[in-house]
Design a protein around this ligand. Structure first.
Ligand code: FAD
Length: 467
C-alpha cells in the first residue's frame, strides 16, 4: 500500500498528526502496536489517572468536607473494584473515540509493530508474526516513552511498580512508598492518600515538583502534608526489595545516614525515557541523543533523515500530551507546505492534585538567574469569594511581569481549577499582554479566575482590591 504519510504510534502526538494530515488531503496511515489507540495518555496516563483522581476526590470530600456543607452520610465506604472498573470504562470510551476519528478521517489503522525497512518502506509485524509492507512519501515517528527506573531497582510490577501498575491495583495500599516527588508520582500518591493509604514520598531534590517555581512546591507540600503524606526531601534511594507482601526501601538522608521504610507497595516515579525499541532506527541512520535515547530533530522536527519526522515524548522537550499534539499539528502543516509555529516557552505544565497546580512561562528562579528585572503580584485564594463559597482556601496565583514593560513573563498558580484557569494566562502571554491588560478585562464574579485579575492588579502598582 502506498501512502503520503505514515504515522508510527497512536498517542496524542500520532493520532493528532494523522488527523491533521488527512484534513490536509494526504493519504494517511497510522501504525499502533497495541489493540487500542490513544497511546500512553489515553490508556495508562492522563485519562485513567484523572479518572481515579476524580473518584478519590469524591470519596475524600464525602469523608471530610460534606459535614461542613450540612450533608450527612451513613456507612460511607469504598468499592475499589468499581472505582477501577469505572476508570477502565472511561479509558475504553476515549480510545474507541479515537477509532471513530480514524474512520471519520479515512485514516488506515494498521495494528502491529512498525519498523523501517528503508526510509520509504515500513514493515508492520502483527502479534502472530505476520508482516505487511507499506510504502510512503513521509514518516512521522510518534512512539512516545516508557517509565524509567534507577539502575539498581528491579521493578517486579507486583509490589515494586510503575504508574502503569498503580492504575490497575486490586487493593488500596496500606503504605505506599513513592520514589520521586514529580507530577506523576504525586498525582497517583494523592489518589491513594485520599483513599486512606499512608503515603511516603522520597525525593532526591530538596523540593517536590522541582522543575516548577519553588513557591508552588512549598505550597503543594503543605497541602499534601495535611492529607497525611510524609516527605523525605534531599534523600537518596539506594535500594528496594520485595519479600512476600512487604517492600523495604533503603535510602540515605542528607547527612549520608542510612534509613529504611517498610510498606506493601513501592511506586517508582523517577521520570520517563523515549521509546524507540523495534523501530530499526539504525537501519536508516536516524540519530538519537546519547542520554535518554531521544530522537534528534531540527527546528522543523525533521530527523537526520530527510522526510522522516519525530514528535512528542520521543524527542526533546516537555513530556506532555498537549506538547505532543501541538507538534503533531505542526509537522502535518509543515508537510503540507504551511508555515506553522510552536511557542515552546508557553506550554503550560499542570499537576492534577487538589488543589491543582498550573504554570506557564518563566519561573521566578529562572528570571533571577537571567538577571531579568521583574515585578511580582500575588493573590491568595483565601481572599476569593468563590473559593470561600466552595471551601477551597489553599493556594495562590503569582504573576511575574517585566519591571519596565509590564509584559507578563510567567504565571504560577496553585488552587481550585488551576488546570483550567492557566488557559487565560497562556492566551494573554501568547498575545504578549501586560499585567495591566488582564486587569482591564472583565472577569465574571464570583469565579476563581478573579484571582488571576487580582494577581495582575497586585503586579501593577500593588492595586489588588480584595487584599
Ligand atoms: P505516547 O502517548 O506514549 O504514544 C506512543 C504510542 O506509540 C504508544 O501507543 C505505543 O504503543 C506506540 N508505539 C511505540 N513504538 C511503536 C512501534 N514501533 N510500532 C507501533 N506502535 C508503536 N501529560 C499531560 O499533558 N497531562 C497529563 O495529565 C498527563 N498525565 C500523565 C499521567 C501518567 C500516569 C503518565 C504515565 C503520563 C502522563 N502524561 C500527561 C504524559 C503523556 O501521557 C505523554 O506526554 C503523552 O502520552 C505523549 O504522547 P506521544 O504521542 O508522544 O506518545
Amino acid at each position: 500500500m502506498q501512502y503520503d504519510v505514515i504515522v508510527i504510534g497512536s498517542g496524542p502526538g500520532g493520532y493528532v498528526a494523522a488527523i491533521r494530515c488527512a484534513q490536509l488531503g494526504m493519504k494517511t496511515a497510522i501504525i499502533e502496536k497495541y489493540n487500542t489507540l490513544g497511546g500512553t495518555c489515553l490508556n495508562v496516563g492522563c485519562i485513567p489517572s484523572k479518572a481515579l483522581l476524580d473518584s478519590s476526590e469524591h470519596y475524600h470530600n464525602a469523608a471530610h468536607t460534606f459535614t461542613t456543607h450540612g450533608i450527612k452520610l451513613d456507612n460511607l465506604g469504598i468499592d475499589f473494584g468499581q472505582m477501577i472498573k469505572r476508570k477502565q470504562e472511561v479509558v475504553d470510551a476515549n480510545t474507541s473515540g479515537i477509532t471513530y476519528l480514524m474512520k471519520k478521517n479515512k485514516i488506515d489503522v494498521h495494528v502491529g509493530v512498525g519498523s523501517f525497512k528503508d526510509k520509504n518502506t515500513i514493515i508492520v509485524t502483527k502479534a502472530d508474526g505476520t508482516t505487511t509492507e507499506l510504502t510512503t512519501e513521509k514518516v512521522i515517528i510518534a512512539t512516545g516513552s516508557k517509565p524509567s527506573s534507577l539502575p539498581f531497582l528491579k521493578i517486579d510490577k507486583k509490589r515494586i511498580i510503575t504508574s502503569t501498575e498503580a492504575l490497575t491495583l486490586t487493593e488500596i495500599p496500606k503504605h505506599l512508598i513513592l520514589i520521586g516527588g514529580g507530577v506523576i508520582g504525586l498525582e497517583l500518591g494523592s489518589v491513594y492518600a485520599r483513599l486512606g493509604a499512608k503515603v511516603s514520598v522520597i525525593e532526591y531534590m530538596d523540593s517536590i515538583i522541582p522543575t516548577m517555581d519553588k513557591a508552588l512546591g512549598r505550597e503543594l507540600q503543605k497541602v499534601l502534608k495535611k492529607l497525611g503524606m510524609d516527605f523525605y526531601l534531599g534523600h537518596k534511594v539506594t535500594g528496594a526489595t520485595a519479600k512476600g507482601k512487604e517492600v523495604t526501601v533503603t535510602f540515605d538522608n542528607p547527612k549520608g545516614e542510612k534509613q529504611e521504610l517498610k510498606g506493601d507497595y513501592c511506586m517508582v516515579a523517577v521520570g520517563r525515557v523515549a521509546y524507540t525499541d523495534g523501530l530499526g532506527l539504525d537501519k536508516i541512520g536516524i540519530s538519537v541523543e546519547e542520554r535518554g535515547r531521544k530522537i534528534t530533530v531540527d527546528e522543523h522536527l525533521e530527523t537526520s533523515v530527510k522526510g522522516v519526522y519525530a514528535i512528542g515524548d520521543v524527542i526533546k522537550g516537555a513530556m506532555l500530551a498537549h506538547k505532543a499534539e501541538d507538534e503533531g499539528t505542526f509537522v502535518a502543516e509543515l508537510i503540507a507546505g504551511q508555515k506553522p509555529h510552536i511557542n515552546y516557552n508557553l506550554i503550560p505544565g499542570v499537576v492534577y492534585t487538589w488543589p491543582e497546580v498550573a504554570a506557564v512561562g518563566f519561573t521566578e528562579e529562572q528570571l533571577k538567574e537571567a538577571g531579568t528585572k521583574y515585578k511580582v503580584g500575588s493573590f491568595p485564594f483565601k481572599a476569593s469569594g468563590r473559593a470561600r463559597a466552595s471551601g477551597d482556601l489553599d493556594g495562590f496565583v503569582k504573576v511575574l511581569a517585566d519591571a519596565t514593560t509590564d509584559e507578563i513573563l510567567g504565571v504560577h498558580m496553585i488552587g481550585p481549577r488551576a488546570a483550567d484557569m492557566i488557559a487565560e494566562a497562556v492566551i494573554a502571554m501568547e498575545f504578549r499582554a501586560s499585567a495591566e491588560d488582564v486587569t482591564r478585562a472583565s472577569h465574571a464574579h464570583p469565579t476563581y479566575t478573579e484571582a488571576m485579575r487580582e494577581a495582575c492588579l497586585a503586579a501593577t502598582e500593588n492595586r489588588a482590591i480584595h487584599i
